[in-house]
Structure formats: structure tokens, C-alpha cells
Design a protein around this ligand. Structure first.
Ligand code: DGL
Length: 274
């Protein structure tokens, strides 16, 4: 039997499952290994150094479990750790492995959606303060005006299963009001956090009907399919057994219940200690 070489998908906790769900829909043929660092979540409020250390450790775990390609399915980790891992750690220690993030695929296409040239980005404090979205968007669409709003309460609302509550309405309205106060011409909003797709229905209540709301799952899945087409040397190193293995750094019982909500089907995880 040949060795399983899954595509690794990493997140600080549950959020990356909204990305994995779309990847598996688009590319069901591959083997996948998901790792949620629930023991140390959230990453959104942590320093650059801490997010980098945690992310590198998790990526190295996935490498050690035979993943040749890892998707960092977390905006905060993509914003704060991806560049150093790609530019410093991979060439030095893992020249044959690859790590991709979730910010670039979205910034590559956002300009196609906006007519007014005013784009909003919603994310964690960490993602917003890194300025990764404006910096990346500038490379592809320098004419766009980008307005950001950090939404620190949105992840806890989703994590605590309060995303359908009136408290969620309160915070969603508050942050969207803040965003539109920065520009009333915004016609496209990027949900720059893996948890936010679960809030999409509520968000739609507080935005104009013709505004485009971009969730990352499908965009990242499309971009991964394109990457694998352009990189046959990596594609052949991803085995096709249609399996998904889930790991969490925290308690399995807690993880399974919430993870099933994020993934849209039953999840049975194993524990991975550090
Ligand atoms: N997954 C993270 C993101 O996309 C949010 C959760 C956290 O703060 O750890 O930014």
C-alpha cells in the first residue's frame, strides 16, 4: 500500500473548516489532514511573534505527518506568519514542501467585483492591524480604496454558538455601521476571517442588496485547483484516496461538536499533542 500524502489544512481552531468544506467540494479526490490548534486559539489578538511560532509549529506537525502541501486556512496566521515561513523556513529546512495562505487568492480577484472602487475588509484585530489586505490588494488593483474594520466580538460569538442570537445582531450592525462611516461608497466586502461565513445571513440584513459579500472558501478552493494544475510536480505528491482526517490540539469531545457545525457534517477528530 502506498504512503498517504494528504493536503494539510491548518487553522487556529474551527474556522478553517469553512475553507476545507469548499476545498473538498471542489477537489474531492485528494486525501486531507485538518489540524485545529484549539488549545491555543484565538490567534486574532496575539502578537506577530506568537502567531508565527504557533503557526510554524503546526505546519511542521503537518509536514511530519507526510503533508507536502499545507494551506494555512486562517487569515490571522496568513497575515502574520505565512511570508516568513515561505521566505525563511521553507528554503532553509523544507525546500520540497509548499505552504499557501488564504489572503492572496481573495485579493487577486476583488477588483473584478467593485464598480465604485471602494472595498471593505472585515477581520480580526490581528489581520486588520497587519494591513495585509490593503498591501496585497494594492499589488493587483492599485486604484482601489480599501477600508478595514476589526470585529473582535464576531469570532467569540461564533465559537460560543451565539451567532444566531440578538447579541450577534448588535455587534454585526455596530461594526458594519463603523465600516460604512469610513466610506458610504463601499460596494464589495471581503469576509477576511474564516468564522464569518457563519454570520453571512445576519450580515446580509445590514448591507444593501446589491453589495457583493466575498466569502473565501470557494475562492481558495478555485485557487488551489489552479495551483495544482500549474504545479504537476506537487500535484503528483498529493495522494488521491478521498479521505479526511481531523486533528485538534485540544479536547476531542469539545472539538467534534463545534467542528461538525463549521464543516456541515459529522466530524470525528483525534488529539494531537505538542
Ligand atoms: N481563523 C482566524 C482567522 O481567520 C480567526 C480565529 C482566531 O482569532 O484564532 O482570522
Amino acid at each position: 500500500m502506498s504512503l498517504k500524502q494528504p493536503i494539510g489544512v491548518f487553522d487556529s481552531g474551527y474556522g478553517g473548516l469553512t475553507i476545507l468544506k469548499e476545498i473538498v467540494k471542489k477537489l474531492p479526490q485528494y486525501d486531507y489532514l485538518y489540524l485545529g490548534d484549539n488549545a491555543r486559539t484565538p490567534y486574532g489578538s496575539r502578537s506577530f511573534e506568537t502567531v508565527y511560532q504557533y503557526t510554524l509549529q503546526c505546519v511542521e506537525k503537518l509536514f511530519a505527518m507526510n503533508c507536502n502541501l499545507v494551506i494555512i486556512a486562517c487569515n490571522t496566521a496568513s497575515a502574520k506568519a505565512l511570508r516568513t515561513i515561505q521566505q525563511v523556513d521553507l528554503p532553509k529546512k523544507y525546500p520540497d514542501k509548499r505552504v499557501l495562505g488564504v489572503i492572496r487568492p481573495t485579493t487577486e480577484i476583488v477588483g473584478k467585483y467593485s464598480k465604485t472602487g471602494h472595498v471593505g475588509v472585515l477581520g480580526t484585530k490581528g489581520t486588520v492591524s497587519s494591513n495585509s489586505y490593503p498591501i496585497e490588494i494594492e499589488k493587483f488593483f492599485p486604484e482601489l480604496n480599501v477600508y478595514q474594520e476589526a470585529c473582535p466580538m464576531w469570532v467569540p460569538l461564533v465559537e460560543n454558538n451565539e451567532y444566531k442570537s440578538s447579541a450577534a445582531d448588535y455587534f454585526i450592525k455596530k461594526n458594519l455601521d463603523n465600516l460604512f462611516a469610513k466610506s458610504d461608497k463601499i460596494d464589495t466586502i471581503i469576509l477576511g476571517c474564516t468564522h464569518y461565513p457563519l454570520l453571512a445571513e445576519k450580515i446580509k440584513k445590514y448591507i444593501p442588496e446589491n453589495l457583493t459579500l466575498l466569502s473565501q472558501g470557494e475562492i481558495v478552493a478555485e485557487s488551489l485547483a489552479d495551483y495544482l494544475k500549474r504545479h504537476p510536480e506537487m500535484e503528483t505528491k498529493c495522494t488521491k484516496g478521498e479521505t479526511i482526517d481531523f486533528y485538534t490540539s485540544d479536547s476531542v469531545e469539545n472539538f467534534n461538536e463545534a467542528a461538525s457545525r463549521f464543516f456541515g457534517q459529522e466530524v470525528k477528530a483525534r488529539h494531537l499533542g505538542f
